[in-house]
Every structure is written in structure tokens, then in C-alpha cells.
Design a binder for this molecule. Structure first.
Ligand code: CMC
Length: 429
């Protein structure tokens, strides 16, 4: 495709308009429709934003057709193999891999902000014991805005940088506290001598009565999953964070909104839904029945962990997690029949004409739950894991937007309600 502007003509008025083509460093050409309404009087209609770029960004690149995902230019496969979550966090936030001293300074900062105000624990203890942890996370992270409101000016770069580090540091502490509240265990404070994932495992699973030994296989597996979930350009939760951020809202409130968006089963909630689905299917012999349900337009059942708005090829994250699943389960000595069931389901789906024609492949959520389960995480915590990792992406995108503020996000609509009519007194209705 060329970079020449596209000329559109309104046949009714014979008026024409040149729409400039915006080219990024990679990816499809994009038409700039900024002047369309002003010049021709038309809005554009794109429900689900399937054909709309909402911003420019330097952070993450996806080629859905080829199954490519890169953070700041680095292929996800290389980062998964060679990097760590903390290093990836630095990369996403600042655009470059850190030198030794930069890494140490960053690691120090996100380690020494891990504690939360004791009053926050009081807040958590106010929830019912069986509250869903994602509901708690949205509430508790949002409440951080109350703790830091007066000292947080989103226009101040130093304040923004501090909020970003605080959020990355405190998310595991809050997540573990939500879980422990459900379990009825006392709060476990962060141990700063541990690394990011070890510390989280310790806060999740240690109990005062027993020494807790961190399994390095578990810490490494968690680190890998966090790398793979760290960012995914303008997905629903990230777009939510950006939209809320465009109003100048407090960043903790922006991230709470992102958590709420992530929770839905069409988005991050799918990892929990996949495990529930696999349990529901129960046995390989039931796969044909559920495949038929997934293909039936009148049945709301969908194959969870399958399909993606952008990937029309194997999600590269799913390939890495599928591989890791075998290794982690082997290393931990876990034999989970759900892995075999998931692989059989994948095999059948990938050969099925319905899935082939629609280019529906396993996505990041298809296999991740099996690893989380092997590490001892309950199903209800799966999306919380996603939220911890994605916080890095959310704050990176929020920082990028805050550095070059755009106008407030404000979509338009096609109004289909009643046209003007006169008010009728209640006695006459
Ligand atoms: N099972 C059965 N049919 C499906 C599925 C599925 N998982 N996904 C899409 N389809 C069908 C859909 O019914 C439609 O068929 P038709 O053309 O006959 O109407 C076609 O494929 C296109 O689907 P769509 O709903 O228009 O696609 P979308 O881009 O709007 O939705 C999606 C993408 C991820 C929400 C969807 O594929 C889905 O619901 N998948 C299951 C939930 C899931 O795994 N979500 C996690 C996504 S990846 C991680 C993340 O984003 O957090």
C-alpha cells in the first residue's frame, strides 16, 4: 500500500477530502480522519474499535497475522528466554534495556515501595471472606488514590514516575493480602531480600506456623508468565486506563478501572474461565459435545482461551506457555489430566473447519491457568496474576500518554432513540 493520501468524495455534495496516511515504524497504514467531521460533516462508525487506532505508541508491536509480539522492538520469545520480569518492566517503562546500575536502582525502587499503609489492610478486612479477589483488587487499588491524592499531581513527571513504581511494587502485596483475607490467614509483609516473584510467592503461601521454602521452579515459572502478560498494546483494559487517564484522573483510579476491565471473561477473566471450562468438559470423550456447543450460534458457550481480536494466527505467548506447561509440571512432579485434555481440545479445534475458517487459535489464557494451578494458585486468583503483570503495561501506557497529553477521550454515537416529543403529565399517562 502506498503512502499517498486517500481521497474520499461525498457523492451527494460532490465535496472531496484528502485523508492523510499515517505510517508507523511498522504495521498497517492508518487513515487520519481528524478533519472528516469538520469538512464533510460525517462521523465514523466502528463498534468495538475493530478498525480504529486510538493513539500512537512506541511501546508494543503486534502483527496478528504473523503471530508477532514485541516489546520496544524485542521479540517476546527472546525476552521470555533471556530476560526477567523486572528487567522487562524497566524496558516497557523507559524504552531501553537497563544498564547494570539502572537495573539496580530500579530494582531497589520497586522493592522498597512494596509495603502498603496499614490502614489498607483494615480496608481489605472489611470485605466478606468469599469476595472475588478481582473485585477486591479493583476496590483496594482504587482506594490508593485516597491515600496518595494530595501528593499526586498527574502533570508532575516526578509524581508520575513515583506512582508508576509504587503501583508495580504494591500490586503483589495487595493481591496476596486479598488472598490471605479469603483464607483467614494473617497478613504476610513483603520480604525485601527476596526477588519480585519469590516475594510474591512468600506473601501468598507462607504461614506463621511453618517455615516456607520458595521453590525456584515456581518463582521462575511465575516470572515467565509475568513477562508474557506485561503488555499487549491497546487491549480493552489498557484502552480503559488511557481513557480514564485522558481526563486527568489520579493514576491509582486509572489502574483500578483497568483492573475492572480486565476482569471480564472476554479479556483477562478468560484464564479462570478456561480452567472452569476444562473441569466442566471433564474428559476427552466429551470434547465433541462441547465443540458442537462452541460452534452453535444459539448456544452462548464459547471455547474459552480461543480466538483473539488481533491474532489470526497462533498467539506467540500461547506457544511459549504451552511449552513451559510441560516443563513446569514435569519439574514440579505434577501430573494434571487437564493438560492432556487441553492439548486434545486444541488439536481437535485446530483441525475443525469452523475454527480454521475463522482463524481461531489458542490465546495466552488457554494454558496459563494450568501452570498457575500447578503452582498452587486457586482459580479465582488467575486473573489477579494477569493484573499484577499487566500493571507494568498499564502504567507504561499511562506514562506515555501523560508525557504527550492528547485531548480527552470522547467517542461519539449514532443516536437511535426517540426524536423530540413533549412531556406528558403523570395524570395523563
Ligand atoms: N469459541 C467459538 N467461537 C468463537 C470464539 C470462541 N472462543 N471466538 C470467536 N468465535 C467466533 C465468533 O462467534 C465469530 O463467529 P461468526 O463470524 O460466525 O459470527 C467469529 O469467531 C469472530 O469472533 P468475534 O467475536 O467477532 O471476535 P472478537 O474479535 O470480537 O472477539 C474474543 C475476540 C477474544 C473476545 C473472542 O474470540 C472470545 O470470546 N474468545 C473467548 C474468550 C477468550 O479467550 N478471551 C481471551 C482473549 S486473549 C487475552 C486477553 O485479551 O485478555
Amino acid at each position: 500500500m502506498s503512502d499517498k493520501p486517500v481521497i474520499i468524495t461525498d457523492q451527494a455534495t460532490d465535496q472531496s477530502l484528502e485523508l492523510p496516511v499515517i505510517r508507523g515504524t511498522e504495521g498497517d497504514p492508518t487513515l487520519d480522519i481528524n478533519k472528516l467531521y469538520k469538512n464533510l460533516g460525517y462521523f465514523t462508525y466502528d463498534p468495538g474499535f475493530a478498525a480504529t487506532a486510538s493513539c500512537t505508541s512506541d511501546i508494543t508491536f503486534i502483527d496478528g497475522g504473523k503471530g508477532i509480539l514485541r516489546y520496544r522492538g524485542y521479540p517476546i520469545e527472546q525476552l521470555a528466554e533471556k530476560s526477567t520480569f523486572v528487567e522487562v518492566a524497566y524496558l516497557l517503562l523507559y524504552g531501553e534495556l537497563p544498564a547494570n546500575d539502572e537495573y539496580e536502582a530500579f530494582r531497589h525502587d520497586i522493592t522498597y515501595h512494596t509495603m502498603v499503609h496499614e490502614k489498607l489492610n483494615t480496608f481489605i478486612s472489611g470485605f466478606h471472606y468469599d469476595a472475588h479477589p478481582m473485585a477486591m483488587m479493583a476496590g483496594v487499588v482504587g482506594s490508593l488514590a485516597a491515600f496518595y491524592h494530595d501528593r499526586m499531581d498527574p502533570k508532575d513527571p516526578e509524581h508520575r514516575a513515583l506512582a508508576a513504581k509504587r503501583l508495580i511494587a504494591k500490586m503483589p502485596t495487595i493481591a496476596a493480602a486479598c488472598y490471605r483475607h479469603h483464607m483467614g490467614w494473617p497478613v504476610a509483609y513483603p520480604k525485601n531480600k527476596l526477588n519480585y516473584c519469590e516475594r510474591f510467592l512468600d506473601m501468598m503461601f507462607s504461614v506463621p506456623a511453618e517455615p516456607y521454602e520458595i521453590n525456584p521452579v515456581a518463582a521462575k515459572a511465575l516470572d515467565l508468565l509475568f513477562i508474557l502478560h506485561a503488555d499487549h498494546e491497546q487491549n480493552a483494559s489498557t484502552s480503559t486506563v488511557r481513557l480514564v487517564g485522558s481526563t486527568g484522573a489520579n493514576p491509582y483510579a486509572c489502574i483500578a478501572a483497568g483492573i475492572a476491565a480486565l476482569w471480564g471473561p472476554a479479556h483477562g477473566g478468560a484464564n479462570e474461565a478456561v480452567l472452569n471450562m476444562l473441569n466442566q468438559i471433564g474428559d476427552v470423550s466429551n470434547v465433541p459435545k462441547y465443540m458442537a456447543k462452541a460452534k452453535d450460534r444459539d448456544d452462548p458457550f464459547r471455547l474459552m482461551g480461543f480466538g483473539h481480536r488481533v491474532y489470526k494466527n497462533y498467539d506467540p505467548r500461547a506457544s511459549i506457555i504451552r511449552e513451559a506447561c510441560h516443563e513446569v509440571l514435569d519439574d514440579l512432579g505434577v501430573d494434571d489430566p487437564l493438560l492432556e485434555l487441553a492439548m486434545e481440545l486444541e488439536k481437535i479445534a485446530l483441525e475443525d473447519e469452523y475454527f480454521v475458517r475463522r482463524k481461531l487459535y489458542p490465546n495466552v489464557d488457554f494454558y496459563s491457568g494450568i501452570i498457575y494451578k500447578a503452582l498452587g494458585f486457586p482459580t479465582s486468583m488467575f486473573t489477579v496474576m494477569f493484573a499484577i503483570a499487566r500493571t507494568v503495561g498499564w502504567v507504561s501506557q499511562w506514562l506515555e500518554q501523560s508525557e504527550n497529553p492528547t485531548r480527552i477521550g470522547r467517542p461519539r454515537q449514532v443516536y437511535n432513540g426517540p426524536t423530540v416529543r413533549d412531556y406528558v403529565e403523570i395524570s395523563s399517562r
